[in-house]
Design a protein around this ligand. Structure first.
Ligand code: NAD
Ligand code: AKB
Length: 319
């Protein structure tokens, strides 16, 4: 019988809602406390829930004292596009919130999972097969926060011996819970638009290549890096974490193979400038070598799975 007790922040979001369900299957419903800024969760499965604003250090300390988590998944964040609209709030939540979590994890010796992002990279970074260690010069508030966060996590590992694991997630694609205001969100919205309206206007140019991953792979990788033996992990910053990469035009072509009437047009907005500073593809050889990372979903399987999942969800909503 596992004695793990888990706490998630930002659990009602795109990743947290699916990760909470998976952790409860594994460790038991009562062992997993989901928290979020929202008073009432909109996407979470039934189970223990508490409202927690991660910028409120005292409230966080109280919850840690009650639940005494052995593992923490800190997901609360504003994403890249929202962060550019609300820079001060993004810094307070993304960096201030992480510092509160790091202090609580130090006090309770909790193992911490904290996601970084491909947004940590910037215009000086090589954009193809971006290496694990390279020039890192993010231009968004969100990316600057991910860089600061990676350094704070490295600091707590070396200074306080904390056990922290991190992944630089690419754009994550899923149908259960909508994405929360990022630059990669088009790769989810396109499936809903294709099935509802048969057409989609993309806010990025057709040839904007970005690294992406199906949610199932992301959740499995997250659990695998948390399960890995600490001795095997020698990379101090978050791991490059790769699966597939494609452009809006390539994704649209795959959808059109399955829905021949689907059309797409393009009206690039401010998110184009963000995407233009991010990697086109990722070298994740450190993750592969150190803890055995292997993605399973290719583009064809992702498109089939998304269309089936979105279609079933729309039919259920209509019934
Ligand atoms: P999301 O926007 O879907 O969910 C974030 C959650 O945080 C929301 O439920 C929101 O209510 C909550 N939140 C916002 N402010 C809060 C606060 N002050 N206190 C507590 N909760 C608060 O985000 P997500 O996609 O699930 O992302 C989770 C993590 O993964 C973030 O760190 C994000 O940077 C990272 N990430 C996500 C992606 C992706 O494509 N989804 C890619 C790279 C990295
Ligand atoms: C975003 O687009 O902001 C996120 C990310 C890649 O970090 N999906």
């Amino acid at each position: 019988m596992s004695m793990e007790r888990i706490l998630l922040t930002g659990a009602d979001g795109q990743i947290g809602s699916e990760l909470t369900a998976r952790l409860r299957e594994r460790f038991g419903t009562d062992a997993v406390l989901a928290t979020d800024l929202r008073e009432k969760p909109e996407h979470l499965p039934e189970g223990p829930f508490a409202r927690l604003d991660v910028t409120d250090a005292a409230a966080m300390q109280r919850l840690f004292a009650q639940h005494r988590p052995t593992q923490v998944y800190h997901l609360a964040s504003l994403l890249s596009a929202t962060g550019e609209r609300k820079p001060q709030l993004a810094w307070d939540v993304n960096v201030g919130g992480l510092l509160n979590v790091l202090e609580c994890c130090r006090e309770h010796s909790s193992r911490l999972f904290w996601p970084s992002s491909i947004a940590v990279f910037g215009p000086g970074t090589p954009r193809d097969h971006t290496p694990q260690q390279t020039i890192i010069d993010p231009m968004t508030v969100y990316g600057i926060g991910k860089l600061a966060g990676e350094r704070w996590c490295a600091y707590y590992q070396t200074k306080h011996g904390l056990d922290i694991r991190g992944l630089r997630y690419p754009g994550l694609i899923s149908y259960a819970t909508p994405p929360g205001g990022g630059t990669t969100d088009y790769a989810v919205a396109i499936f809903f638009a294709a099935l509802r309206e048969g057409r989609y206007t993309c806010y990025l140019k057709p040839d904007t290549r970005m690294p992406m991953m199906y949610m199932e792979d992301a959740i499995r990788g997250t659990l695998e890096v948390m399960d890995a033996s600490r001795e095997a992990l020698s990379t101090m910053e978050a791991y490059n974490f790769g699966a597939i990469d494609f452009t809006p035009a390539e994704l649209a072509a795959r959808i059109r193979e399955r829905l021949p009437d689907f059309t797409i047009d393009y009206a690039p907005d401010e998110r184009q400038a963000i995407a233009d500073t991010w990697p086109r593809s990722i070298d994740d050889s450190a993750a592969r070598a150190e803890w055995g990372w292997r993605p399973q979903y290719g583009l064809e399987q992702l498109v089939d799975t998304m269309l089936a999942g979105v279609k079933a969800g729309l039919a259920e909503a209509e019934a």
